[in-house]
Write a protein that binds this ligand. Structure first.
Ligand SMILES: [Cu+2]
Length: 208
């Protein structure tokens, strides 16, 4: 066995350099294909029967997605005129949401049911508090002082998500090509989910 060691070593060297020769073009081809498939903006619409749903949120499962960058974009859940603006926020796990009080009165923002639990207490007009949403799921946001105030923060474990606009239209930016499991949610309705592939065209979400 000992006598064969140099031979085996030479063989390993030969095989590994051959592998490198094959691997380099294969890697380049793979990189080209990934680049070709990337940066596809996926579009769709959300409706209840014929009516557009502005407060729908949509996201794609992406277990192999790149990790979130630190210091990414922050979401804002504003307090104005005795209301939270917007009514629905969707963020990636680990995101910070700012809760500025831009109203003329005190509010006491809290979440006590599912999702992230917190109580920000009352804080002066013109100041803000932050909450890190570190677990996926739906958080229901209320104000202790004004029972009519309510908002939702949907926290998702994927970088591919969108919020529908006033016409119910949404765009998921720069999703890689391929097929996905999608999820959609809006206040007061069950979650929709299904399969969607990037080359199937726009996704039409309809709550019946
Ligand atoms: Cu309030």
């Amino acid at each position: 066995m000992k006598a064969n060691a140099p031979l085996i070593g030479a063989l390993i060297l030969a095989v590994s350099s051959a592998m490198q020769c094959i691997a380099a073009p294969a890697r380049a081809a793979l990189r080209a294909r990934v680049q070709q498939q990337s940066e596809a903006d996926l579009h769709g619409t959300a409706r209840v029967r014929d009516r557009a749903v502005p407060d729908a949120v949509v996201w794609l499962d992406a277990p192999n997605a790149p990790a979130a960058r630190a210091g990414g974009p922050r979401a804002v859940l504003d307090q104005r005129n005795l209301a939270f603006v917007p009514h629905v926020v969707i963020v990636r796990v680990g995101s910070t949401v700012d809760f500025p009080n831009n109203d003329r009165v005190f509010h006491n923002v809290f979440s006590y049911r599912d999702g992230k639990r917190f109580d920000l207490g009352t804080y002066p007009v013109g100041t803000e508090r932050q909450v890190v949403f570190d677990q996926p799921g739906l958080s229901r946001i209320f104000c202790n002082i004004h029972p009519g105030m309510a908002a939702y923060v949907m926290t998702v474990d994927t970088p591919y998500f969108a919020h529908a606009d006033e016409n119910g239209a949404f765009t998921i930016r720069e999703a890689p090509g391929g097929s996905y499991t999608y999820h959609a949610w809006r206040p007061g309705a069950a979650e929709l989910s299904g399969t969607w592939a990037s080359d199937w065209g726009p996704l039409s979400l309809v709550w019946k």
